[in-house]
Each structure stands twice: as C-alpha cells, then as structure tokens.
Write a new protein. Structure first.
Length: 263
C-alpha cells in the first residue's frame, strides 16, 4: 500500500472536484429531495398524534439524519468503475504504483468533502426551521460511528463488486440501478422500516440494503432495542464481509480476462 501516493491522489481528485463544485452541489441537492419529500409526508401524517410511535418532530430528526447518512454512504464512484473497465482506461490504473482501488477511494473521499460543504449547512438550516426531536445519548453516538463506517464499507464494496461485472457484461450499470432502487425501498428512505408491510420488513432486515442507510440512522435516533442493535451489527458485519469477498474474487477473475488497447 503506497499511502503517500494515495494521499496525493486524494488531493488531486479533490482539486478536480472543486473545479465542478457547482455541479456536485446540484447533485447533492437532488439526492436530498426524496428524503425531504417523505419527511414532510410522514411528519404531516403524524400531526394528529403519532404514526408507528413517532411524533412529527421525531420524523424530522429521522429524515435529517438519513439525509446526512445517505450522502456519506452513497458510493458514486461505483458508477464510473464499469466505464473505466469498458473504455480501457483501467490500463492507466494498472500501470500506476498504487492498488487500483485507491482511484475509487480517492474520488470517494474528495467527493464527500465537497458535497458535505453543501449538505451539512443545508441540514443545519432545516433543523433550525423544522425543530427535530433528537435526544441521542453518548452511547448512541458512540455506536453510531461504527454503524456509519460499516454502512459505507458495505455500500461501497457491494457496488464495487457489481461494477466488476463489467469485465463480463457491457450493461453492468443496470444492476447498480437495481441496487439503488432496492436501497430506496428497503433502507428506510420511503419510510422507517417499522412502518413497512410485514413481508417488506422481513426482507429489509435480511437483505443488505437496510444496513447501508437505515440501520445507522435508527442507531442514532434510538428506535432500536438492545437485541435489535446486537443482531443489526452482526448482520451488517456479515454482509460487509460478503461484499468484500465478492469484490476480491470478481476483481481477480476479471483481471485475468481483461484486455484493452490504449487507455
């Protein structure tokens, strides 16, 4: 691992993103729109009392935290890896004295720094206006950090192994679109999973998509029992290991059949 070279790559990527920061601010705003819509839907539905045991102010807190978690865990670089493989640009990655994954990680880090410069102030302004009820304890905050880190690792490597299918298929991006749709339905964006129909709740708790977004949100907002926390961390860790193993196997197998001219 060439960490010095990796840090230089992060700085270069960050400088590149800053040149197009207006575009990425608009992109970040677009990603905020769906959670904001459901924030107003559910907080309005709870005006007469509670929905699923949550008050309007608790829905506001849930969705504001979800906006931040979704932006921090979304792995936008997975969409570009397939293009790099299909276009032959992977040649340049392979010739540099860095593991190729550093290129995706550098873009991830640089992109999140640029987007958070817009998302965090936006979320704070919304919090001042909408007055969320978030009374997180020090223990919840402490548990939120590893839950958030693993959520990003799971979402990054899950998308990365799907992108690696571009070694064999020209339309691997379609699977990434399916993944995003499942994240939207089962991760707690449409509604906290406790409000979903029973079969969807079971699917959400067994599949990896809830653990990419909704799980760390509920860890911080305190809508989980001790048993749910323990099982949630175990399932999240298990799916993360599965995603990393799939990425490593598909990457190695794909490189053995990769061939390109130029790039």
């Amino acid at each position: 691992m060439n960490w010095r070279g990796g840090w230089a790559l992060v700085k270069r990527s960050w400088a590149s993103w800053l040149q197009y920061r207006s575009f990425f601010f608009v992109l970040a705003f677009g990603w905020m729109i769906p959670p904001l819509i459901y924030l107003f839907v559910w907080s309005t539905a709870a005006q007469a009392g509670t929905v699923g045991g949550m008050t309007p102010a608790e829905f506001v807190a849930y969705y504001l935290v979800l906006i931040l978690v979704n932006q921090l865990t979304y792995a936008q670089t997975n969409w570009t890896v397939g293009d790099v493989i299909r276009g032959g640009d992977l040649n340049a990655w392979l010739l540099r004295p860095l593991p190729p994954i550093f290129h995706a990680l550098s873009t991830e880090i640089a992109g999140k720094v640029v987007m958070m410069a817009f998302v965090i102030p936006g979320a704070l302004i919304l919090a001042l206006v909408l007055k969320p009820a978030l009374n997180a304890t020090p223990l919840q905050v402490a548990l939120f950090v590893p839950a958030l880190v693993m959520a990003w690792l799971l979402r990054f490597f899950w998308g990365y192994w799907l992108a690696c299918l571009a070694f064999w298929a020209t339309r691997a991006d379609a699977l990434l679109a399916v993944q995003d749709a499942l994240v939207f339905l089962l991760s707690g964006v449409v509604a906290p999973i406790g409000l979903l129909p029973p079969l969807m709740q079971i699917a959400a708790r067994l599949l990896p998509f809830y653990y990419m977004v909704g799980f760390p949100v509920e860890v911080l907002t305190g809508h989980m029992s001790t048993a749910d926390l323990l099982s949630g961390f175990a399932i999240q860790a298990a799916w993360t290991i599965v995603a990393i193993v799939l990425y490593r196997r598909l990457w190695r197998a794909g490189l053995r059949r990769y061939a390109a001219v130029g790039g």
